[in-house]
Design a protein around this ligand. Structure first.
Ligand code: NIG
Ligand code: FE
Length: 419
């Protein structure tokens, strides 16, 4: 990996690892900054004159053109490997059917599962790759990606293998998750059989073949019960896999309390969350992940009570939930605007939620999520004057340039994109 001097940065803004347990989110800001990258890592960060003085004379330069420099963003919850789309169901919902009604009638996740079942792995890879590229344009340099549309082991393995191949073809750092999403139709009258198979065969295979490092379960009415989810998460723990939960989306599913009970790293969605659930999560150190784009897209759910979560000392990350059913977007910047308006988060809280606190969800905070000496040189540059303006613009925001390990992996050539 080459060395690089990123100069002419209008403003650099970053959270700091040492502040990770502070109650109030603060942001370090350096106007007129530069960054020296050596061996793909951040070697010097400071005022331009200072960094240039310390840099080797002949180091190649990258002109940031006055941009705002932020850490590369972290999207800690996505379902990007699927085929086809569910536009028809989107319009059914808008005509009055609910997400749960569509699911109960055999649509929803099962619609995507049918399509995955019939698709060769090459097709799944080809349809999924552009979603990772769109995510990158939104500044994302670390992305979590779940399986979950295979349902049966054959399909799940196919999706995890697709992710292994995709990892080779994208510049982002990828975290793979095995998602236990829904009972397959073929097990409709053999529910207990399926649960046993997940615990005795699938989770051990995921761990044994290193297909994923995380296990996630959709703990909700119509998906899996608390008892079933507990068995999955305890099996994951036994096999050394990280644990996260889709919890409390459509009601008080028990998922948030279960996350605390099994010390999952994080619980996601949380549209319905009371004080007792917040306290339990907070005590157990479970990070709360809000997915405002899916609330926006489903149209009839409350936004998660983020201000209350913060009062209860919870760390809050924001993610896209990119998926064909409830959040058809790869744009993390869009999620920031939704979180600002509907979750009432401040610019500093928003920055933390898609950088260090999101990295914490993936246990990656020591390497990514902030611009600090020694960490990976994952940087996003924005033709935006200040941090406050990042969430203020919406719907058409993309990064001016993105660097991963000090290499420029995306550059927007469009001069009209100065926000
Ligand atoms: O996070 N809630 C469960 N899973 C996804 C939606 C899956 C789908 O509808 O395809 C979510 O919203
Ligand atoms: Fe999800």
């Amino acid at each position: 990996v080459a060395d690089l001097l990123i100069h002419n940065i209008g403003l650099l803004a970053t959270p700091r690892w040492k502040d990770r347990d502070e109650r109030v989110r603060s942001v370090a800001k350096i106007p007129g900054a530069a960054i020296l990258v050596q061996d793909g890592r951040l070697a010097e960060i400071g005022s331009e004159a200072e960094v240039i003085r310390r840099a080797p004379r002949d180091v190649p330069r990258f002109d940031a053109n006055g941009a705002l420099a932020l850490p590369g963003l972290v999207d800690c919850h996505t379902h990007p490997v699927f085929v086809g789309n569910r536009a028809a169901e989107f319009h059914l919902r808008n005509a009055g059917k609910t997400y749960l009604e569509i699911a109960a009638a055999g649509g929803g996740i099962q619609t995507s599962a049918h399509k995955v079942k019939d698709a060769p792995v090459e097709q799944i890879i080809a349809e999924s790759l552009p979603r990772f590229h769109r995510s990158l344009r939104g500044g994302v340099t670390t992305i979590e990606a779940k399986s979950g549309y295979g349902l049966e082991w054959e399909g799940e393995r196919k999706l995890l293998n697709a992710l292994l191949e995709i990892e080779q073809r994208i510049p982002q750092k990828l975290h793979r998750t095995f998602l236990i999403h829904h009972l397959p139709a073929s097990f409709a009258d053999r529910r207990a059989r399926f649960v046993d198979q997940v615990v005795r065969e699938m989770i051990p295979a995921v761990a044994g073949h290193k297909l994923a490092s995380w296990v996630d379960v959709f703990c909700e009415t119509g998906a899996f019960t608390v008892e079933e989810s507990r068995r999955f998460l305890l099996a994951a723990k036994e096999h050394g896999l990280g644990r996260m939960v889709h919890a409390n989306q459509f009601g008080h599913s028990g998922g948030a309390l279960l996350a605390a009970e099994v010390t999952a790293r994080s619980a996601h969605h949380l549209e319905h969350l009371n004080e007792a659930e917040m306290d339990a999560m907070s005590k157990a150190g479970v990070v709360a992940v809000a997915l405002p784009a899916s609330v926006f897209f489903l149209g009839n759910l409350p936004y998660p009570p983020v201000r209350k979560m913060i009062e209860h000392d919870l760390r809050v990350a924001i993610a896209s939930d990119m998926n064909p059913g409830s959040s058809m977007t790869a744009s993390l910047p869009f999620c920031l605007t939704a979180a600002a308006i509907y979750c009432k988060m401040s610019p500093a809280e928003l920055l933390w939620s898609v950088t260090l606190d999101a990295a914490r969800v993936l246990d990656a905070g020591e390497n990514v999520g902030s611009l600090e000496v020694g960490k990976a040189a994952d940087v996003s540059l924005w033709n935006i004057p200040d941090l406050e303006s990042l969430s203020y613009h919406f719907g058409d925001v993309r990064a001016a340039a993105v660097l991963v390990n000090g290499e420029v992996v995306w550059e927007d050539g469009d001069a009209s994109r100065r926000y």
